[in-house]
Design a protein around this ligand. Structure first.
Ligand code: GLC
Length: 479
């Protein structure tokens, strides 16, 4: 355990906090000195980036900043008819928003319940939210609300553990309404029959064009978590009204069946029959065996298994997406056997998934003509860089949580020992490049806050495995 490194990380982490009307409300994405503020939005507080920060604060016993963050972001949620006045920072932010014009000539209003990707605190007095109307590529932050509701559950649990029930907030009318609006938006009926959630391109941590539209695994795992939190925190009439239990049950069955891949199943897909019609079809999505890429046959040759990146008509995205797989272990979306197999694969494929810096955001990178078509020739997403197979230290928190949960903490300990060799010396980069992640990302920000908090949470979890109770979900009745 590297205590001096932990102390250094804690000091840097402190620098990232931002205040609104005198209260700490969030952390900026990066505190690198030379940021060109107008060009980059790393001086904003991103909801997804705050998640590991919120965890770190709760593990440090600092509940107020997390509560403030949850109130502020709830105040920013799209909801123009709310009859609820609410309390605290929620009420302040809502009141301030009423004076801002939400209309924009070019864009239509997204559905109620959407939460912003990020917000900027101007002069500690004004909050400006970004729902994608300013973001690069104008991507929709589908994951924001899902991370928010996950953090809300963890905050409530932290209050229980600290025995301060008076600090709990989820029962307040504005929080009940916020959760309901969010789940309503996720459950809205669209042109789709699957229990998974359909999203546009770049709707989560990968917020650029990367062929991750449709039903990407990271969103499905977060969606599953949101449903479980709804079941835990919403009042019974709303649970019934939204039919949460039924959707949760269908989603878990569907993911475990259609997204799961192991060496045996892979061989079956490789020899799939096609053009099957009717209820008894085995190859339901009409996947042509020729679409099975060569790399996966070699990569998944021995042991282990994982949830594939995406499934659709005639399409399996065989890429391994780390966050979705680890969140599935943490939430028990995968069966205990499947969770074990994912960790086995990580161990088997240590060099490709962990390498010199835990860990790869997805594997493998797309290259050549695929890169041209899938990324739109994006120079930031060249093979083995950034979202296209870069290594992201923030993923350490999920790796630690998943391996502690499965009784294999040594995997995380080993990975973090590798990370520690360089993180501080390299000034906490956002991501690393190259097949084995040994070089600081070409356009990586330094002093990236979720790199720092991801490291801290991993360390806190290894020191005190009981923190896992905050994050993890118990086994599903379907196991
Ligand atoms: C980049 C990442 C995104 C992150 C943001 C702020 O846009 O792709 O996941 O939230 O930076 O760190």
């Amino acid at each position: 355990m590297n205590q001096s490194l932990i102390a250094e990380a804690e000091a840097c982490f402190q620098q990232s906090i931002r205040f609104y009307n005198g209260k700490p409300v969030g952390t900026v994405a990066a505190t690198e000195k030379v940021l060109v503020e107008e060009q980059l939005n790393y001086n904003e507080c991103f909801i997804r980036d705050f998640f590991p920060c919120g965890l770190a604060f709760l593990m440090q016993g600092k509940r107020d900043i997390v509560k403030n963050f949850l109130e502020v972001t709830l105040g920013l949620q799209l909801d123009w008819e709310s009859p609820i006045k609410g309390e605290g920072l929620f009420a302040e932010v809502r009141q301030a928003l009423l004076t801002q014009d939400p209309q924009n000539e070019e864009w239509v209003r997204p559905g109620q319940g959407l939460m912003p990707a990020s917000f900027l605190v101007v002069n500690q007095q004004e909050i400006k939210a970004d729902f994608g109307q300013r973001a690069i590529g104008r991507v929709t932050p589908v994951d924001s609300g899902l991370w928010w509701i996950f953090l809300l559950k963890i905050y409530e649990k932290a209050c229980d553990q600290a025995n301060v029930p008076e600090e709990k907030i989820a029962h307040r009318p504005e929080f009940q309404r916020g959760m309901k609006l969010l789940l309503d938006l996720c459950l809205a009926k669209r042109f789709d029959m699957t229990p998974t959630m359909l999203v546009p391109e770049g709707a989560f941590m990968i917020d650029r064009r990367m062929g991750v539209y449709g039903h990407p695994i990271e969103i499905q795992a977060l969606f599953y978590i949101a449903l479980k939190v709804g079941l835990e925190l919403l009042n019974p009439e709303d649970i019934q009204l939204l039919d949460l239990e039924n959707r949760c049950h269908r989603l878990i069955k569907y993911i475990r069946h259609h997204y799961w891949l192991d060496p045996g199943l892979l061989r079956r897909v490789y020899r799939y029959q096609t053009e099957e019609f009717g209820e008894t079809a085995l190859n339901k999505f009409n996947i042509y065996a020729n679409t099975v890429p060569g790399w996966v046959l070699r990569w998944l040759d021995r042991k282990g298994g994982y949830l594939v990146g995406n499934v659709g008509v005639g399409w399996i995205d065989f890429r391994f997406f780390t966050q979705g797989n680890l969140l599935s272990i943490i939430s028990s979306l995968t069966t205990p056997k499947q969770s074990q197999a994912i960790l086995t694969l990580i161990e088997q494929q240590w060099l490709s998934l962990i390498g010199e810096m835990p860990m790869k955001i997805c594997y493998p990178a797309v290259s050549g003509r695929d890169w041209e078509i899938i990324t739109g020739c994006d120079p930031k997403n060249v093979p083995w860089s950034y979202h296209n197979g870069g290594n992201w230290p923030v993923l350490m928190w999920s790796l630690a949580a998943a391996s502690v949960k499965m009784g294999q903490a040594e995997i995380a300990t080993h990975a973090i020992t590798i990370a520690e060799k360089n993180l501080m010396k390299d000034e906490w980069p956002e991501y690393y490049d190259d097949e084995d992640g040994n070089i600081i990302g070409r356009q990586a920000r330094l002093y990236q806050t979720w790199t720092i908090s991801g490291y801290l949470v991993a360390q806190y979890l290894l020191q005190n495995p009981q923190y896992l109770d905050l994050i993890s979900f118990s086994a599903s009745p379907d196991d």
